[in-house]
Ligand binder design. Structure first.
Ligand code: GLU
Length: 442
């Protein structure tokens, strides 16, 4: 029986959760779920000066938002903890003693403890990059403990991978050049190294390494902009991995079953915000009404819209969901459903005033609507058609006028949908308001 797969995401909490880190976490998570293994979250917070509570929280929040649940780690617990490196000093001391016993470390005059490299060539059989050869090093021996007693990254990283029983290390390619040091440490401690998969960098549109300043680099920015977690999850998976499937749009279950690190590309991935946004639009239009409502509410509230009933809100959102890519765009498309003092776009006022007949047409429609007994989309259609015939115009000429009057906007859902959602009373009041506005302006 092969050992259970144990993988980890090991972020250093020095800033927000970066898109590169999130993708590393995601690949680890997918692999753990694919193999029925464990996904561990370990916080590499040995650099006290650079770690912040806010950064730790951003990691937890970002991972939870993406749906990357961890089996062991902070909050989840587990029997290989603590899962914060800052709380593991005793373990590192014990491992240093092992290296001492093996005769692999020595203390310098200044107090730094150095690890004697074996100085043999190393081959890393990487699942993504293939066999990576390193010649015997000529670098000076590596400090593993500083004079102040703190340990350096390479040492604690290896000790924790041993202690936590990590079987596969899936991490950014920026760590590949130091992996030979890690392998040397594993061997000095009498252990086999885990299997490695170094995943390519994410490049910005300019073709350089994506940095904090690049658009889309922080996971929080997706939350704020109104992306859906499933869409971002799907898009991030494709940064460096092409699933063996006809379709790029895949749900989590399919991605779990298809994911294999050997299919990760060795070439760098190019970040494309337009594609990520396109994915979001696809996911958005598939949301069930109640799910869209729940996702949109914080954005509507933030825009100051007071939502009275959920039924009209749900339907209003459904009526425009194909027109937007992000949740944050929704308020601009539905705000007039929630306020009677909706503004009129300049362009709308100009179009209404362009022909003197427009006000007359609106007044006719208003009179018809006021006596309409059946208020649903087919009846409203019939009513507008009858008015058009009477007035000697096409229904297509009246529809935009109604849209302008009822919403103040030139774009939106179907006019009969707007009328139906507003109901008779509010629609008539809106036509009166628009007529008054036109008279005042005349
Ligand atoms: N703390 C390291 C980082 O954030 C982890 C490296 C690793 O995954 O081994 O890059």
């Amino acid at each position: 029986m092969p050992d259970t797969v144990r993988v980890r995401f090991a972020p250093s909490p020095t800033g927000f959760l970066h898109v590169g880190g999130a993708r590393t976490a995601l690949f680890n998570w997918l692999y753990a779920r694919h193999r029925g293994g464990k996904f561990i979250l370990r916080i590499e917070d040995t650099d006290e000066a650079r770690n912040t509570e806010a950064a730790r929280q951003a990691i937890f929040d970002g991972m939870k938002w993406l749906g990357l649940d961890w089996d062991e780690g902070p909050e989840a617990g587990g029997d290989r903890g603590p899962y914060f490196q800052s709380q593991r000093k005793g373990i590192y001391d014990a491992y240093l003693a092992k290296l001492e016993e093996a005769g692999r470390v020595y203390t310098e005059e200044g107090g730094a403890v150095r690890f004697k490299f074996s100085r043999e060539p190393v081959i890393i059989p990487d699942m993504v990059c293939g066999d990576v050869h390193f010649a015997a090093t000529e670098e000076p021996d590596m400090t593993v403990r500083r004079p102040d007693g703190s340990y350096i990254f390479h040492f604690v990283n290896v000790v924790d991978d041993i202690e936590m029983g990590i079987t596969h290390v899936i991490r950014g390619e920026d760590h590949l050049s130091n992996t030979w040091k890690h392998i040397d440490l594993f061997h000095a401690l009498g252990k086999h190294s885990p299997r490695y998969a170094h995943i390519p960098l994410i490049l910005n549109p300019a073709g350089t390494k994506m940095s904090k300043r690049d658009e889309g680099s922080s996971i929080q920015s997706y939350i704020d902009a109104g992306f859906l977690s499933d869409a971002v999850f799907n898009y991030l998976c494709l940064l460096g991995w092409t699933p063996k499937s006809a379709n790029e749009k895949l749900d989590r279950t399919s991605m779990i079953s298809l994911f294999d690190p050997i299919h990760i590309h060795s070439a760098n991935a190019r970040f494309d915000m337009a594609k990520c946004t396109w994915f979001n639009a696809q996911y958005l239009r598939e949301l069930a009404p109640e799910v869209l409502l729940k996702a949109a509410l914080p954005f509507l509230e933030k825009a100051g819209l007071v939502i009275a009933g959920s039924s009209i809100t749900e339907r209003a959102l459904q009526s425009v969901k194909e027109k937007v890519s992000l949740l944050s765009e929704l308020p601009a498309w539905v705000h007039y459903f929630f306020r009677e003092d909706y503004p009129y776009e300049d362009e709308v006022v100009a179009k209404l005033r362009a022909k003197p007949d427009n006000a007359k047409f609106l007044a006719e429609l208003r009179a018809d609507f006021a006596v309409l007994t059946q208020w649903d989309e087919p009846s409203l259609h019939t009513s507008v058609e009858a008015a058009a015939a009477r007035l000697g115009v096409k229904p297509g000429a009246l529809m935009p006028l109604l849209r302008f009057a009822l919403s103040g906007q030139s774009r939106g859902p179907g006019v009969t949908t707007i009328l139906d959602l507003l109901g008779k009373e509010r629609s008539v009041v809106r036509l009166d308001r628009t007529l008054a506005m036109l008279e005042l302006a005349a």
